[in-house]
Structure formats: C-alpha cells, structure tokens
Design a protein around this ligand. Structure first.
Ligand code: HEM
Length: 158
C-alpha cells in the first residue's frame, strides 16, 4: 500500500466530516433553532445565542482548518493538480475560500460586537448584530450546500 492509497481515504473522510459539521450546524441553527427561539423574549433569545455561538464556532474553526488542508492534500498529492482534479474542485476551492472569509468576518466583526452588547445587556444593539450574523450564515449555508453538491456529484460532470 503506497502513500496515496492511505492518504486519500483519510483526507476524504476528514474533509467530509468537516463539511458535515460546519454546514449541518448552520442548517440546524437557521432552520430549527432560530424559528424556535423567535417565540422567546429578546433577553432569553439573545442569551441562548450567546451560549450557542462559542460552542459551535470552536467546531467551525476546526472545520475551516481541516477543509483546505485536506482539500489541498487531495488536489496535490492524489490528483496532482487542479486541472487533473476537475472543474468541480476549482469551483469548490473558490467558493470554499469565500465561505472561510465570510466566516472570519462574521467572527471578528458582528460576533465580537454581539458578545459585548449581550454582556452589557444592550438588547436592541445585540439584536442588530445578530441580524448581521444571520445574514452571513444564510449566505454561507447556501454556498455550503452548493459546494457539497459539487463535491459529491462533480466527479460525474467536473
Ligand atoms: C480550499 C478549499 C477546498 C478544496 C481545495 C477542496 C478539494 C476537494 C477535493 C479535491 C475533493 C475530491 C473531489 C473528487 O473526488 O472528485 C473534494 C470533495 C468534497 N468537498 Fe471539498 N475542497 C475545498 C473546500 C470544501 C468546502 C468548503 C466544503 C463544504 C463546506 C467541501 C465539501 C466537499 C465534499 C462534501 C466533498 C465530497 C466528499 C469527498 O470526496 O471528500 N469542500 N474537495
């Protein structure tokens, strides 16, 4: 068994798990948690989000490191180049970095302001920052679902 035979299944599995954790977490937050919390009063709702985000974002940071690392490993060690990997991988690469940049913006701007406003119990300002976070998560959720479709189906058309 050579290096490629060992590396590809490990990289591909880690890549898929990271995608599932990140995109699945955004799907749950947007489609299940958010509508459920809309029934609560702002202080409760905003405090729950301020407890949820740090726990989820720790996993997102891990995913954000694993996805490019395993992605580049598959491209350069297994396929040899982006040209050999196919158009779907080039698309995934571009959209993947847009997702990472949007996530970093979310984390360092609206999320850090949201945390400060929740700590100060300034609920209207916290809600305004939460609305920005929600918009970015909605965009990243759509991009993430598209990237997953490209990732799993691309070998048939890429
Ligand atoms: C630097 C960014 C990325 C690179 C270089 C990259 C590269 C790759 C490569 C080479 C494959 C194998 C394609 C094939 O076998 O035809 C793949 C598959 C896949 N990618 Fe990515 N990817 C990146 C980002 C992402 C992101 C952000 C997601 C989702 C959030 C994602 C989800 C997937 C999925 C679900 C698969 C199919 C399962 C697999 O083969 O591992 N990728 N990616």
């Amino acid at each position: 068994m050579d290096l490629i035979e060992i590396l590809f299944p490990i990289a591909s599995t880690a890549h898929t798990l990271a995608a599932v954790i990140w995109v699945g977490g955004m799907f749950f937050a947007h489609m299940a948690l958010r509508p459920s919390l809309m029934e609560e009063q702002p202080p409760t709702r905003l405090r729950v989000w301020s407890n949820v985000f740090p726990r989820f974002f720790a996993w997102v940071w891990l995913s954000v490191v694993i996805l490019p690392a395993t992605g580049y490993a598959m491209v350069f060690v297994d396929f040899g180049s982006f040209a050999a990997a196919g158009h779907h991988v080039t698309l995934m690469h571009g959209v993947g970095w847009v997702m990472v940049i949007l996530y970093a913006v979310l984390f360092f701007r609206p999320f850090s302001k949201f945390k400060a406003e929740v700590a100060a119990e300034n609920w209207p300002a916290a809600a305004a920052h939460l609305a920005v976070i929600r918009r970015i998560v909605t965009i990243n959720l759509i991009l993430g679902l598209l990237v997953i479709v490209a990732g799993v189906s691309g070998r048939f058309w890429g």
